[in-house]
Design a protein around this ligand. Structure first.
Ligand SMILES: NC(=O)c1ccc[n+]([C@@H]2O[C@H](COP(=O)([O-])OP(=O)(O)OC[C@H]3O[C@@H](n4cnc5c(N)ncnc54)[C@H](O)[C@@H]3O)[C@@H](O)[C@H]2O)c1
Length: 434
């Protein structure tokens, strides 16, 4: 099949490369000319494990092409996936749909024959209706259907998630569109992912409800962690103890510095706005968003306490800047709020991340960017694990002791056991653990 993907970011590029790998012929379109030029040279604009080989392979075999020319890119496509960004709108927290609508309007003019327009971007309920209206207004002759097909991939394991999804949600009522979507995903039949057909508004809401639920789970265990610290319980054991109950499940029960990334923060906010507009306020999600917001900055208090009540004039090392391991995505990363709060408290920061250094530089303008974990720890009164990259899981503590000003580890991801670290002569501060 011939497919076009508008937006060659984390979702568009992974979707495009995976669809090509299924055997479809795919054109990825982005209006960022530098991004497209880099992709044509075989350079990836993002870090995602395995994506470079997948892109190179499929581009080499002629199934995956890149262009900035939207009209040319969508020509002849049986389905056009819109995978552009839907960030928070400045000021009110609603999803900014201007990129989605612009892509729809531009694509509309170039439609030929029956075409399915698929919103893969995360979009609020009703966006599909508006896309349909825009396309009809721009090109009254067009024969098309608008489908919602939200994406559930996780950065860092995006290819595996795309190829072995728990489910594929398709919001469509047009039988031709349903048949075409089934055909696009047919190569996955061997893995038997359930294709879940629903109406469009339901599909749009499933994505937000899923993210809000996961964000709630994280925030729940984070608050339990705070309680553990006050009453002398261990949050990791509490999480295991409740997670063994199948009704609860063990995933997303890791206490930490609060969720970040390009999805949960903006999607919880957008869902809250949808609820308020529809006179069905989502008070749990409102609380989750507010708690998480203050938590990220609040983590600085933990570091300050670990440093004896003040960080003024002190050097602090931050290990891990990306919002989670195996990505270079810095959007809403907890490291940013933490760094700001520590700098406000007078700290001098040394920072290190295995892949997100270039992306972090724009935001962390005062920090010293280091060569590795030990360089980052050099002269530090405290070393803080902010993102749990594998390479931080087996640090050489005698080497750290040799370079640090004080032997203090603040482990915001509970990577280490407190006993182990203390046995090596370090003061240890985790999250929700004694
Ligand atoms: N990143 C994730 O893990 C993830 C997971 C699931 C869903 N989503 C959703 O997918 C969508 C895309 O997210 P992302 O992280 O890939 O975004 P991104 O910012 O990495 O990429 C978006 C791309 O779209 C391009 N673009 C914007 N308007 C365009 C236009 N009119 N024509 C051509 N290109 C255009 C931008 O230049 C950019 O390269 C969002 O709605 C997001 O919520 C993201």
């Amino acid at each position: 099949m011939r497919l076009a993907v508008i937006g060659a970011g984390y979702v568009g590029l992974v979707s495009g490369a995976c669809f090509a790998d299924f055997g479809h012929t795919v054109v990825c379109i982005d209006r960022d000319a530098e991004k497209i030029a880099a992709l044509r040279r075989g350079e990836l604009p993002i870090f995602e494990p395995g994506l470079d080989a997948l892109v190179a392979n499929n581009a080499g075999q002629g199934r995956l092409a890149f262009t900035t020319d939207l009209a040319q890119g969508v020509r002849g496509a049986e389905a056009i996936f819109i995978a552009v960004g839907t960030p928070s709108r400045r000021g009110d927290g609603h999803a900014d749909l201007s990129y989605v609508y612009a892509a729809a309007r531009e694509a509309a003019a170039a439609l030929e024959g029956f075409v399915v327009i698929v919103t893969k971007s995360t979009v609020p309920v009703g966006t599909g209706d508006e896309v349909e209206r825009i396309v009809r207004e721009t090109n009254p002759q067009a024969d098309f259907a608008v489908v919602s097909n939200p994406e559930f991939l996780r950065e860092g394991s995006a290819i595996g998630d795309f190829k072995r999804p728990d489910r594929i949600v398709i919001g469509a009522s047009d039988p031709r569109a349903r048949a075409l979507m089934s055909e696009i995903y047919r190569p996955l039949n061997l893995n038997q992912p359930p294709l879940f057909f629903v109406d469009r508004p339901t599909s749009e809401l499933i994505k937000y409800a899923a993210n809000a639920f996961l964000a709630t789970k994280i925030t729940f265990i984070n608050e339990i962690a705070d309680l553990c610290e006050k009453v002398g319980a261990n949050v990791q054991d509490v999480a295991r103890g409740i997670g063994m109950d199948n009704r609860i499940g063990s995933k997303f029960l890791h206490a930490g510095p609060g969720y970040g990334g390009s999805c949960f923060p903006k999607d919880t906010l957008a869902l809250v706005k949808t609820g308020q507009d529809a006179d069905a306020p989502l008070r749990i999600v409102e609380a989750v968003a507010a708690i998480n917001d203050s938590r990220k900055r609040g983590m600085a208090k933990k570091v300050i306490a670990a440093c004896g009540g003040s960080v003024r004039g002190k050097t602090i090392g931050l290990l891990g800047l990306a919002f989670k391991p195996n990505t270079d995505d810095m959007r809403e990363a907890p490291s940013l709020a933490l760094a700001q709060a520590l700098e406000d408290g007078g700290a001098r920061l040394r920072v290190y991340d295995p892949v997100a250094m270039a992306q972090a530089r724009a935001s962390l303008t005062e920090a010293k960017f280091c060569e590795d974990a030990y360089d980052c720890a050099s002269g530090a009164e405290a070393l803080v694990i902010v993102t749990e990259w594998d390479m931080f899981r087996a640090l050489d503590f005698s080497r750290l002791a040799g370079v640090m000003a004080a032997k203090t580890l603040v482990d915001l991801r509970n990577v280490y056991s407190s006993e182990d670290v203390r046995r090596r002569g370090f003061a240890y501060f985790g999250v929700g653990v004694a």
